[in-house]
Design a protein around this ligand. Structure first.
Ligand SMILES: Cc1cc2nc3c(=O)[nH]c(=O)nc-3n(C[C@H](O)[C@H](O)[C@H](O)COP(=O)(O)OP(=O)(O)OC[C@H]3O[C@@H](n4cnc5c(N)ncnc54)[C@H](O)[C@@H]3O)c2cc1C
Length: 389
């Protein structure tokens, strides 16, 4: 099934590349989602029980398959960063409903997400709360069965084109209290009065912006999970989808390596193809070996998650290694193309910009290192304790 999914993603990618390139950001985003929906790939971001694709042996009917997400993102990213981001945001934005939404809310929203008819967004980052999500301070106050939200979210993918936002809000306490018991998630339709979007641009095409909440009111039925359980829903969503960031990085890196090989074989300098020079051959060998290591770590994390393990260290290792490796590989590919490497419109110039944000979103490389270091120390201490018994 995974091979078939890869073939389908490749077919969409081949169609999408020339179609999306001339479009402006929002038109490209919508067209990308339409192409994914026509190919019935969006359903892989939503559990089967909620209207998503039937996942066979890959996942239980209340789950998304991380192996499938990874296979699809790897192929989509090879072709287009926009295709990749529009695919995964449907899952990231809607998974808080899977984890905490009522049956009624899930039934009303998720089948449309799975068909690409409703665009999803995940709104947790704030100007004052990035890596430290527990410091979120967008306030939600309850009165007579309705919640009133005030505050600002920033760096929200799909801001302005989303049909709804899954929003992490503070329902008690103060930033710095650790967030447990004091944050709650809400489903907020984009058309709700008081919600304002301020778009900005990042270095690669990506619909993104700030979302300001001015007395935005939602009914209690739009609360996702128990009051105070928001941080766990936000982190649960991220832990399901983070491994797929590694897979997207692998897709960008694979494309960069393909571009390097093609160029070094065809471009001649000093009377020979560039691929004849040992310095450049060593680069190709190192790009290949490091990419393969990243792919294996990604597979390890995806397999563990699909087997029901928490896999915290495996996921952090995969995300850290794959995104850092892909950045390095895309940089080498730019170097191999010489002046063409920085010329607008060249594939490697685009890859160099596309890949950069992956080291930042869904937990920066430094945050992944903090997670891994904690695991390394815990394992060492456990071992020392066992040996002293
Ligand atoms: C393209 C893009 C799309 C995004 N999409 C979304 C989205 O859809 N929804 C959403 O909610 N957010 C989104 N984000 C936000 C993203 O998740 C945050 O940018 C990220 O979590 C980092 O937060 P920050 O930018 O506030 O950086 P900060 O947390 O301020 O970090 C700044 C730097 O300090 C480092 N740092 C922080 N703390 C430590 C520490 N304890 N030890 C060592 N180093 C540390 C970081 O690693 C980083 O290098 C997106 C970001 C980008 C770039």
């Amino acid at each position: 099934m995974i091979d078939e999914l890869r073939d389908r993603a490749r077919a969409v990618g081949e169609r999408a590349e020339p179609l999306l390139a001339p479009l402006d950001e929002d038109k490209a985003a919508r067209r990308a989602l339409d192409l994914l929906a026509e190919a019935e790939l969006v359903g892989w971001t939503v559990p089967e029980r909620h209207g998503g694709a039937a996942k066979g042996d890959l996942a239980a009917d209340d789950q998304v398959s991380v192996r499938a997400l990874c296979a699809l993102r790897d192929e989509l990213a090879w072709h287009s960063g926009m295709l990749d981001v529009m695919f995964v945001m449907q899952g990231l934005g809607s998974y808080p409903l899977v984890l905490g939404g009522s049956d009624e809310l899930c039934g009303a929203v998720l089948p449309d997400v799975a068909r690409g008819r409703q665009v999803a967004a995940f709104a947790v980052t704030e100007p004052g709360a990035g890596s430290s999500l527990a410091e979120a301070n967008l306030r939600a106050v309850e009165k007579d069965g309705r919640w009133r939200l005030n505050g600002t979210k920033t760096f929200i993918s799909n801001a302005g084109i989303a049909g709804f936002y899954s929003v992490l809000a503070r329902t008690s306490g103060e930033p710095g209290d650790g967030g447990k018991g004091s944050l709650t998630m809400f489903y907020v339709p984009a058309t709700t009065q008081g919600l304002e979007v301020k778009r900005f641009e990042v270095m690669a095409p990506h619909p993104i912006g700030e979302v300001v909440f001015n007395d935005v009111e939602v009914p209690d039925a739009y609360r996702l999970g128990e009051v105070g359980n928001g941080l766990s829903i936000a982190l649960g969503t991220l832990s399901r989808f983070r491994t797929s960031v590694a897979a997207a990085a692998n897709g960008f890196a694979r494309r960069a390596l393909d571009e390097s090989v093609a160029h070094l074989e065809s471009r001649r300098q000093f009377g020979k193809p560039l691929s004849a020079f040992q310095g450049l051959r060593f680069d190709l060998a190192e790009m290949d070996a490091r990419l393969r290591a990243a792919q294996l770590l990604t597979d390890e994390a995806a397999n563990a998650l699909d087997a029901g393990e928490t896999a915290t260290a495996e996921v952090a290792r995969a995300k850290l290694t794959a995104t850092e490796t892909a950045s390095w590989i895309c940089d080498r590919a730019v170097q191999h193309k010489g002046g063409l490497g920085v010329k607008r419109g060249e594939v490697v110039e685009r890859l160099f910009r596309d890949v950069r944000a992956l080291r930042i979103y869904e937990g920066t490389s430094e945050v992944q290192k903090l997670i891994l270091a904690k695991d390394v120390l815990e394992r060492a201490r456990d071992k020392a304790e066992r040996e002293s018994d």
